[in-house]
Design a protein around this ligand. Sequence first.
Ligand code: FES
Ligand code: FES
Length: 186
Amino acid sequence: MENAVSVTVNGRVHDKTIPIRMLLVDFLRDELGLTGTHVGCTYEGRCGACTVVVDGRATKSCMMLAVQANGCRVVTVEGLENFGGSPGALHPIQQGFWERHGLQCGYCTPGMMMTIFDILATNVREGAPELTAEAIRQSLVGNICRCTGYSHIVEAVQSAAAQLRAMVPEERAAWFDTARLGEVRA
Ligand code: FES
Ligand code: FES
C-alpha cells in the first residue's frame, strides 16, 4: 500500500508517494539520498546513529514511519551548515566537534550531533543552568559510540555550549530556528 507524503527536509519540501511501511531513515537515505543519517543497529532504536530532528525534537528515524513525518519539518546532519546563512558556515555543534576532536571513525557523529542539537536548543536558553559533563553523558545515553570513549564528545558539547552562550540571544536562537532553512519545493 502506498501513501502520498509531503515532508520538509533541511528546508526543501519533498512530495513523494511511498510504501506505508517505509521507515523515516530509509526515506531519508534511499528516497532523498541523505546518507549522513546512519543505521548502526538493526532498526531497533538502540544505537542512535539514525537520529534526526523532527519538529525540533531529536528522533530516532528507525523508530518512525515516513508517513508519520507527513507535514513535519525534519533536519538531518546535512542541514546543520544551512543555519549560518552562508555556504560552509559551521554550526557551533560542528565547530565544537572539530575543535575538540569529537569523533574518530565518525559513524555515530551525525546522530550524536542531532541529539546535541535538541539538548543545546533547550539548554542555552536564558537562565538555564550550564550543562555538566555528567548531564551531557546522561543526555547521550541513547547514542552509542564505539571509538571515542565519549570524553572528546562531552568536551565538544561543552565547547559548542560556550560558543552559544557568548552570543546575543537573537544570534543564539538563530542556530536552532529550523524555519530559517526555508521551504523551497524540491
Ligand atoms: S539505526 Fe540504531 S537506533 Fe536507529
Ligand atoms: S566515532 Fe566511531 S562510533 Fe563514534
